[in-house]
Design a protein around this ligand. Structure first.
Ligand code: GLC
Ligand code: CA
Length: 570
């Protein structure tokens, strides 16, 4: 039987702090805003929250560029606010998972200011340098946010490496002193009461320090740097060292984020006995609907995406680790817009995806706003975006390239991560209950229609569906620990699976049509046998179609409306 721990049982709620609740009217969400909303989190029924970075930052990448690891971002509040928030969370039975950015710092961090001043400065080696002439970067690596991965530094006549923006210089993990500093930071936050971390961009912390050029396709500006900047063998040693030298409690939770990795390689980090990560945020969900160029949307193919990844994880050997079950986060777009159907079936598809997420084997991470079915910001103009990558890529693709501006904007509506960063929609009044003043990023214009207040009052809302499903998961531990079996694997529209062999000795069947078309299927023989064994005891636990009834299992053909989803206890 699966080893039981709190973080497997928890439903985690991710909060992009800047956009959740502004408590002091400056248009930016903050820690006291979260404090105010603890009752809401209780109503929702989640067990833990994960916050995007809260450390001091000049906000070139909104907190992912840290200038002081021992302090709180000015806009978010003070250390006293942080302590109060953590105390209040704990008093309310909620755990706290902190995002820690260890791959790089801000270029405004005192270490980097020192490091760039001269080659013999003691901090110089905390970062990654390569000699070069001003007009010729050392190799053809691109940065994830557009442009070269190298930035020239006049005082030392060298380039420094930045996989993300030029204001995010990468750390040099081959420097032991740097690692000791990072360990101190980790211990500091553990002492302050955090229950877990998410290590940001953790699969990038080791690089090939001989900096080979990447293979460059004709017509491309840059080479493929992936083989040299992620999942390098030393990554594992570094993570293990950080963890072993800092974390003593067996209960402490460590998640990591790993770009460019699929569920089938996650075990490289999460396999039991490796002592690296408890769960890995892989990127299968990011790429759903995403074309070769980021801003081109492609239709979702159920079999090769959701089914492959979810079933793939849920049926891997136990010792390979545990899965985080999520669709969206601050780097993707809104779940109901990318995977569901926000135009034709916004409510049905949001509920179906909720039922899917909370009946899978793995820890659900619900991204703020998804519980009310918040959508992409389809009427944003270029100037409404805040993500620096939007403007870097605009220069490359539109100004210097051949992408028409209108196509680029349409791509942003579909694929840019700012879609998932618009303010939480609390009430149908101006400001949406997020802030008294103008928010740092515009509200999605649909807040009058989609908001918490309206949904709390409506028993048939997406929000109330989430509440029911969260409660169900908690009261039916087989939904957490039970094994997983899929039926109708080849079906292009239906996702059908059972959960069984769990602590409560019961068996559950999930039937989901994850498309906007009606679907049907002949019930497979092996499922028929299990259904018959349950006799007439089968009952619907939850469905997004109120009239759903378990007798559908005794028909010859299963018929489903678009996005119809049912959870049945057999
Ligand atoms: C991770 C974060 C992303 C950030 C990047 C650089 O991918 O999730 O938001 O921009 O790391 O820190
Ligand atoms: Ca504020």
């Amino acid at each position: 039987m699966t080893k039981q721990t709190w973080w497997k049982e928890a439903v985690v709620y991710q909060i992009y702090v800047r956009s959740f609740k502004d408590s002091n009217g400056d248009g930016i969400g903050d820690l006291r805003g979260i404090l105010e909303k603890i009752p809401y989190l209780k109503t929702l029924g989640v067990d833990a929250i994960y916050l995007n970075p809260v450390n001091k930052s000049p906000n070139d990448d909104f907190g992912y560029d840290i200038s002081d690891f021992y302090d709180i971002m000015d806009e978010f509040g003070t250390m006293a606010d942080f302590d109060e928030m953590i105390r209040a969370l704990h008093e309310n039975g909620l755990r706290f998972i902190m995002d820690l950015v260890i791959n790089h710092s801000s270029d405004e961090h005192p270490w980097f200011r020192e490091a760039r001043s001269s080659r013999d400065n003691p901090y110089h080696d905390y970062y990654i340098w390569k000699e070069g002439k001003e007009d010729r970067p050392p190799n053809n690596w691109p940065s994830f946010f557009g442009g070269s991965a190298w930035e020239y530094n006049e005082p030392t006549q060298e380039y420094y490496l930045h996989l993300f923006s030029r204001k995010q210089p990468d750390f040099n993990f081959s420097n032991q002193k740097l690692k000791e500093e990072l360990k101190e930071i980790i211990r500091f936050w553990i002492r302050r009461g955090v229950d877990g971390f998410r290590f940001d961009a953790v699969n990038h912390i080791a690089k090939d320090l001989s900096f080979p050029d990447g293979v460059q396709k004709e017509g491309d500006r840059y080479g493929d740097f992936m083989p040299y900047v992620q999942n390098m063998p030393l990554v594992h040693d570094y993570i293990r060292e950080l963890r072993q030298d800092t974390i003593t409690s067996p209960d402490f939770f460590v998640a990591g984020e790993a770009g460019g990795i699929g569920f089938d390689s996650a075990h490289l980090y999460t396999r039991e006995g490796k002592k690296e990560l408890d769960v890995l945020f892989h990127f299968d969900m990011h790429s759903i609907g995403r074309g070769r160029r980021d801003w081109i949307r492609i239709p979702v193919d159920l079999r090769s995406t959701i089914k492959r990844s979810f079933t793939g994880w849920a049926t891997r050997p136990e010792e390979e680790g545990w899965n985080p079950v999520f669709f969206s986060n601050h780097d993707t777009t809104r779940t109901v817009s990318r995977i569901g159907d926000d135009l034709n079936y916004p409510v049905e598809s949001a509920k179906a995806l909720c039922l899917l997420q909370l009946s899978q084997r793995g820890t659900p991470f619900i991204y703020y706003g998804d519980e009310i079915g918040m959508t992409n910001a389809r009427d944003f103009k270029l100037e409404d975006y805040r993500d620096a990558a939007v403007f870097n890529k605009y220069r490359e693709e539109v100004l210097e390239g051949d992408t028409p501006a209108a196509d680029y904007l349409e791509g942003l509506h579909n694929m840019n991560r700012d879609n998932a960063r618009t303010p939480m929609q609390w009430i149908p009044e101006p400001g949406a209950g997020f802030s008294e003043s103008s928010p740092w990023i515009p509200l999605n214009s649909n807040y009058r229609r989609i908001n918490v207040k309206a949904q709390l009052e409506n028993p048939a809302s997406v929000l109330n569906f989430f509440r029911s499903m969260i409660a169900l998961r908690k009261n039916h531990p087989t939904l957490i620990y039970g094994s997983f079996r899929e039926y109708l694997n080849e079906h292009e529209q239906l996702y059908v699976y059972t959960r069984q062999d769990g602590p409560d000795g019961r068996e559950y069947l999930a039937l989901l049509n994850l498309t906007s078309r009606p679907a049907e299927a002949v019930i497979p023989e092996d499922l028929r046998i299990r259904v018959n064994a349950s006799g007439s005891a089968a009952q619907v636990l939850l469905s997004n179609h109120p009239e759903a009834d378990a007798s559908l299992l005794f028909e010859k053909t299963l018929r489903f409306e678009p996005w119809e989803a049912v959870l049945i206890e057999l």
